[in-house]
Design a protein around this ligand. Structure first.
Ligand code: NAD
Length: 256
């Protein structure tokens, strides 16, 4: 379905971003990957699906790096047809104890980077008459929890940005939507499980149960594969008139 299209997925060396990159590659899209840590392994997983891959090491907190990545993607594949803004980090502390440096980093990576990639990707999408921008927000783009001020402010912000981009392009073939996962067992969440286990003297299994039980009625993690399938839906013809939604896949979290 996505043969001859190019998808750029930020933060695709791990977790949800890698899951979405693989789902889009399975539909034939060439993939521009980004993110830190091991690159060769995740890139080989995507390439094994029979598509072309490229990688750019841009730090999503740096607008100049982002501009270089977007130029590199255009140079490699002509243009970006599908932009997935996924890179994100977390930090947990009450507002009065929240590090200013962590606040700035979270807002830059989880929110401002999506403005920069989108502003640079949109002109070519508009000229082509087709494009998809998919923002990986969070259920925390819809509801709040304690001790996550920067993350929740950034995720509510990206849901708002999603709606503006959708409206500004509403009469064109360019759509913009957000995905709002509940808990997904990735390194980002494992750190929170580990912190809970250490603070309460629990096993990994008991801390995981407690984490899910506090928020997610299904008591199950959402998987990167399920989120990848939703991204594919947004890119399908059935998604042509889905514009500006913030679609939660959260085991009932936001329904409470
Ligand atoms: P993860 O830690 O597994 O992956 C994060 C990815 O972002 C990695 O590839 C990492 O290298 C990259 N990254 C981090 N900082 C970066 C930077 N400055 N520049 C470029 N890349 C950077 O985390 P994940 O759980 O897969 O999270 C992916 C997205 O999903 C995030 O936006 C997160 O907020 C969101 N999310 C996660 C969950 C969850 O439960 N895991 C729930 C809701 C939303």
């Amino acid at each position: 379905m996505l043969k001859d299209k190019t998808a750029l997925v930020t933060g695709s060396t791990s977790g949800i971003g890698l899951g979405i990159a693989k789902a889009l590659a399975a539909q034939g899209a060439n993939i521009v990957m980004n993110g830190f840590g091991d690159v060769a392994g995740p890139r080989a997983e995507v390439a094994a699906l029979g598509v072309q891959t490229a990688y750019h090491p841009a730090d999503m907190s740096k607008p100049d790096d982002i501009a270089a990545m977007m130029a590199y993607a255009a140079e490699q594949f002509g243009r970006v047809d599908i932009l997935v803004n996924n890179a994100g980090i977390q930090h947990v502390a009450r507002v009065e104890n929240f590090s200013v440096e962590r606040w700035d980093a979270i807002v830059a990576i989880n929110l401002s980077s999506a403005f920069h990639t989108a502003r640079l990707a949109l002109p070519a999408m508009q000229a082509a008459g087709w494009g998809r921008i998919i923002n990986v927000a969070s259920v925390h783009g819809l509801v709040a929890s304690v001790e996550k001020a920067a993350y929740i402010a950034a995720k509510h912000g990206i849901v708002g940005l999603t709606k503006v981009i959708a409206l500004e392009n509403a009469t064109s073939g360019v759509t913009c939507n957000a995905i709002c996962p509940g808990w997904v067992l990735t390194p980002l969440v494992q750190k929170q499980v580990d912190a809970k286990a250490a603070a309460l003297g629990l096993s990994n299994q008991d801390a995981t149960k407690l984490l899910l039980g506090e928020k997610e009625p299904s008591l199950q993690f959402t998987t990167p594969e399920e989120l990848g399938a939703l991204a594919v839906f947004f890119c399908s013809p059935a998604g042509n008139n889905v514009r500006g939604v913030a679609w939660n896949m959260d085991g009932g979290w936001a329904a409470q």
